[in-house]
Design a protein around this ligand. Sequence first.
Ligand code: ADP
Length: 487
Amino acid sequence: MRIMMVASEAVPFAKTGGLADVATGLSKALVEVGHEVALLMPYYRKHISEDLAGEVVGEVRVDFPGASIDAKVYETTVPDSQVKVFLIDRPSFFDRSGLYVEDGGDYGDNAERFLFFSRAVIEIAKTLFVPDIIHSNDWQTGLIPALVLQDREEQGRLSNVATVFTMHNMAFHGQFSNFQMTNTGMDSRYYNWQQLEYFGSLNLLKGGISMSDMVTTVSPTYAKEICLPEFGYGLDPVLENRGDDLVGILNGVDMNVWNPALDQKIAQQYDYKTHQAGKAACKAALQEELGLPKNPDAMLFGLISRLTDQKGLDLITQKATQILGADIQFAFLGTGDSNYETLLKELQQEFPDKVAAYIGFDDGLAHRIEAGSDAFLMPSRFEPCGLNQMYSLIYGTPPLVHAVGGLADSVIDAQRHTLDNGTGTGFKFDKYDSDIFLETVWRAVGMFKHHKEDWKKLIINGMTLDSSWNRSAQEYVDVYQSAIEKR
Ligand code: ADP
């Protein structure tokens, strides 16, 4: 298949979050199984150096009311891969310090910027790279399935193209004033409650969901949750309406980046056979780096997170004093809401020989916490997919998670039978409640301290799972096939 992957960010070009990892990781995996993939994104000149951008291979023109807007198209590849990349270069829109936001506020012309980008993609799909599938992601590209559908209904040049739309976060809608309809290139008949309109506004996420051939999100459980009012951010009826066309596919991990056998950022490399010595060395190095007592018996819990309400930090801070009564250490790494930053710092002051709280963004330290901790805390309130619990499995650091979204799908609770049959990988609790969280912590501590053989099984079960993109790439191929059949 010829697949166009369209995203507003992708590593190593520009990144603000998980979407950037997924866009590139999935594209590489699709190429590895024999498909031809072109990744399309804006050319953010302040983020993408000239030597990464390649060469100009064409121009596109989009007619906005009153003016035509041109862009140059650069072609390059994802480094060390066969993934083609087209960068759409319109400096007045994309040569800025932020991708979507600057000084804490959204750019006032985000609608024009991403409507232009989406329409430029459509022009490329008619000329430079004619695809079988256009796979677009999140609200920034939600107009694309709508434009393809309109073209198909008018029997245009894209009639044979099928569309897939993926939601990485239901919290962001791309909702704009209805006068932006004139910039979409869509006939006004599509501005209705079943397609582009949402309570009197243009809603690009809704357009992507309702007008694509297939819809996906980043875990099977989140796919069910977002059909409920509690998680759907108002679009749950639209999602429910898609029935079986909505599929949840768990993200994969780039095993060239997150892999303790290759990781040069950690004190000692290890695999599932050498994890005991490897993790002991990484733990001692981490304790030293963070100024914690170098005690191999103290159970060290790691946490790496945006510090927001989503991530379940209230459960941890409520129970921290009780937990720290036992022989336990915490390694916290994160930035975000100032109240959580303060709470973690206060814990460190109160328990200086048990708690290390690093407030900041530090990729190297994230790797060292994954490798050096005994277990990992991720009790999120909601979690579309989550990556850190998967890194924890790979690094032999059993995760302790709230059973929602991708956390429910990627971790299997340690019970007698799941340990014996080789499936148990961590600790899960169902109800978002601090007492239940605490019970789960004690369950993990009990196994770590008193059932060493079971703990070892848990580690090996996680480390020998296939968490790479291979598994998920095949599921996306099946979705592409379904989209082609529905077209
Ligand atoms: P989310 O996308 O909701 O933030 P994920 O677990 O899916 O959560 O992905 C977060 C990614 O960002 C992971 O790769 C994680 O290691 C990284 N990360 C988050 N906070 C930090 C931090 N303070 N320092 C370094 N890496 C971080």
